[in-house]
Structures are given as C-alpha cells and as structure tokens.
Design a protein around this ligand. Structure first.
Ligand code: DX5
Ligand code: ZN
Length: 215
C-alpha cells in the first residue's frame, strides 16, 4: 500500500504545531521536512532548531530532505535534532558513498535524492547501500510547482534496478503530487509520496492524506 509523507513546507509556519498535530492524527507514515541553504537551491527554509522542536511533538518519523551543498557536514546535527531518515542530493555530494555510510553509522536511514534531470542509472553502484531513493518530480526549492511527467519513467527504471538487485530501498517521490499525478506513480512502483500543497491547501488535510493513501 502507498505511504504518504506530508511536506511541512506548505504548512503555515506561524502554526507549525497544529500542522504536526494534524499529521500525528492522520494516516501519514512520515513527516517530510525541507531544509534549504540558499545555495544548492534558491530558497532558505527550516533549520535544525526548528526540526528539534518539531521532533518533540511529532509522533511520525522525521524524513529530512537536505537541499544543501555538501550535506555530509551536517550528519551529526541532523541526527541530534531527531531525524529518522536523512535525504541527501546526489548532485550535492562529492563522496556519496562516504556520506551514506556516515548517515547509517549515525543511526539514521540513508536516502539519496535525484533532481529531475539526473538519471537513475547513476545510482547503480550505490543502490544496495541505500534505504530509500527520493526522485524529485519538480526542481527543488519551492512548493506548489507543476509535476514533471518524465518522473513516471524514472520510477519504472528505478523499480527495475532495485528489483534486479539485492537492494531493499524504498522509492519516494517529491513535488506536484496530488490525486491526479499519484496513480501513475503508484502504478510505476513508487512506495512513498511526499505531498505539500495538496495536503495543506485541502479543506480537510487528514482526509486528503487518507484519500491519497486509498488510491
Ligand atoms: C520542494 C520540496 C517539496 C515540496 C513539495 O523543493 O522538496 O518537499 O514541499 O511541495 P508540493 O507537494 O507542493 O509540490
Ligand atoms: Zn522535499
């Protein structure tokens, strides 16, 4: 069954506790948190003190998506603020294998994220080390963007790569996910859907999560 990870980026930051409590009450599997540095992506969002506060009230594991240059610098801080999963961008790591092992040694699940134009085949030599792969279905940096259709083909390629290897990595998709774009992703083999605007702009976010899960 598909899992849902609401992205707090689309929540009202003046009422973050209410957003986290809504996710606690919902059928979501994870809380997705977007960290941006203003260099890797042209935006700056949540940092470690805020993630620590979120982790004190969150009842779902924190899925921290690091849209920062050289994210290996922050493994200890991400762990200390309560993350269960640390997502690092392929494009932001010079020594990806080292970063992945540092994340696992710190006790977190390790995930690699690919930008829309980064091909899946670049993961061939690391796939068996990964707990999750996050495919971006928009260019990272902002919520509310249009879903990039080519992602569906990338999900299929990634599913085949994982199924043809000893990897147990799950496939997560991030960007432009809603009731219209999700079915093709699920059919292609996605395991987890991140959803920001779709969830937080809904009149009833708990129901929106449940609707996505029951596709
Ligand atoms: C974008 C972030 C996403 C964002 C998705 O860079 O990584 O997690 O919140 O937002 P929607 O679901 O609105 O596209
Ligand atoms: Zn994200």
């Amino acid at each position: 069954m598909i899992q849902v990870a609401p992205s707090l980026l689309a929540a009202d930051f003046a009422h973050l506790a209410e957003a986290v409590e809504m996710v606690n009450r919902s059928e979501a599997s994870l809380i997705h948190i977007d960290v941006m540095d203003g260099m890797f992506v042209p935006n700056i969002t949540i940092g470690f003190p805020i993630i620590s506060s979120i982790s004190k009230i969150a009842e779902k594991p924190l899925d921290v998506h690091m849209m920062v240059m050289d994210p290996g610098r922050f493994v200890g801080q991400v762990r200390d603020c309560g993350a269960a999963i640390m997502n690092v961008h392929w494009e932001a790591c010079t020594h990806l294998n080292r970063v992945i092992h540092t994340i696992k040694d710190a006790g977190m699940r390790a995930a690699v994220t690919l930008n829309p134009a980064t091909p899946v085949m670049l993961l061939e030599d690391i796939i068996e080390e990964l707990d999750m792969v996050l495919l971006m279905s928009v260019n990272p940096g902002f919520g509310g963007q249009k879903f990039i259709r080519q992602t569906v083909n990338k999900v299929r390629q990634l599913r085949a790569m994982i199924d043809g290897s000893a990897s147990e990595a799950t496939i997560e998709i991030d960007g432009g996910v809603d009731l219209n774009t999700a079915p093709a992703l699920i059919e292609a083999g996605a395991d987890i859907l991140v959803a920001g605007s779709y969830v937080f702009r809904a009149a009833d976010p708990v129901k929106a999560i449940s609707d996505l899960k029951s596709l």
